[in-house]
Design a protein around this ligand. Structure first.
Ligand SMILES: [Zn+2]
Ligand SMILES: [Zn+2]
Length: 351
């Protein structure tokens, strides 16, 4: 097999000795996530090799490592909110060059030919592949990405600020659109972690009245600081009937709670890739009067481009809890215990 990375191997092997550190899981619970030395990845013809600067820690990483999602590759390096610098590109790459600052997100590849891709719904592609699940992700010193799926990132924003935008931000943005908030409408947000706190800022910037419902008192304070009109416990009734709601917590029992809080004609979007069991619904109490229940599945590249542009325009600010790269397992554990304020981000070089 030819090695398209021969140029990079001259460049990088000298520095790295051809190996890098990466967190690997065996898919058997996050306590088994281990920091290992593995061979440096090589950019294929249509890929870029990226030196990782920061990588966000997403709840989906937990679902991958603790087995809520079936293993697609084992061992695998998690992480799909990757901010880094291109250090090498494959021979067919025209859109990126070494030195470019890029983001690597969850949606890694689509087929471009199935009926979903052709109708502009590549998030539903029948052959889609995902970073940190189907291929190694960003809990590592280096990562590769298909060049057509990398996002160009602004140079002036700190790495740790950009990382959470790449999944929490993009998925939240898609969830907000799926929730169909009418102009000036009332939006309920159930659960207030990384994605929710970014989504709330977008909704507020668009003129919505935001009501946050979450069990975590610190998250309720953050919600009010960001401008939410009210913040209550997860199963509280919001002070007004909601036009729209988004369930971010992976808790199926919140679905009937949120549906009951909707006004007639309202829409509930479930943002998670994984949800615990949804209890039985009562037609009159939860659905009648044209309430809509929908889900959010991944995102399109257009969603990502729109979110990144919007983030710059409205000054979207992630509340970040940084962790040194070496503490990735602790970051995942803290996330599993709801001990992270805002978004956890692994930082490669604290300086
Ligand atoms: Zn497709
Ligand atoms: Zn994610």
């Amino acid at each position: 097999m030819s090695r398209p990375g021969d140029r990079y191997s001259q460049l990088e092997s000298a520095i790295m000795g051809g190996v890098m550190r990466a967190w690997r899981t065996d898919g058997d619970g996050h306590r088994s996530l281990r920091l290992e030395e593995i061979p440096l990845p090589v950019a294929g013809a249509q890929e870029a090799l990226v030196r990782v600067r920061a990588c966000g820690v997403c709840r989906t990483d937990l679902h991958v490592t603790d087995g809520d999602l079936p293993a697609h590759r084992s061992p695998v390096t998690p992480g799909h909110e990757v901010v880094g610098d291109v250090v090498d590109v494959g021979g067919e790459v025209r859109e990126l060059a070494p030195g470019d600052r890029v983001g690597i997100a969850w949606l890694r590849q689509t087929c471009g030919t199935c009926r979903w891709c052709r109708r502009g719904a590549e998030n539903l592609c029948l052959a889609s592949r995902y970073t940190g699940w189907d291929e190694d992700g960003g809990y590592a010193e280096y990562a590769v990405v298909p060049a057509a799926y990398a996002y160009r990132l602004p140079d002036e924003v700190p790495h740790v600020q950009l990382a959470p935008l790449l999944c929490a931000g993009i998925i939240g943005y898609r969830a907000l659109r799926r929730a169909m908030v009418p102009p000036g409408g009332r939006l309920g947000i159930y659960g207030f972690g990384a994605s929710a706190h970014l989504t709330a800022q977008i909704a507020l910037a668009q003129g919505a009245d935001v009501h946050v419902l979450t069990r975590d008192p610190a998250a309720r304070r953050l919600a009010l600081d960001l401008g939410a009109t009210s913040a209550g416990a997860a199963d509280d009734e919001p002070p007004v009937q909601l036009d729209s709601a988004i369930v971010f917590a992976p808790a199926g029992e919140l679905v009937p709670v949120a549906l009951a809080a909707l006004d007639q004609g309202g829409t509930l979007a479930v943002a998670g890739i994984h949800l615990s069991h949804i209890p039985g619904l009562d037609y009159q109490r939860h659905l009648f009067r044209e309430r809509t229940l929908t889900s959010v599945t991944s995102n399109t590249r257009a969603d990502g481009e729109e979110l990144l542009a919007l983030a710059g325009r409205i000054g979207l600010r992630a509340t970040v809890t940084p962790y040194p790269f070496e503490r990735a397992a602790d970051a995942l554990h803290d996330l599993s215990q709801d001990k992270v304020s805002g978004a956890a981000v692994l930082v490669m070089d604290p300086n």
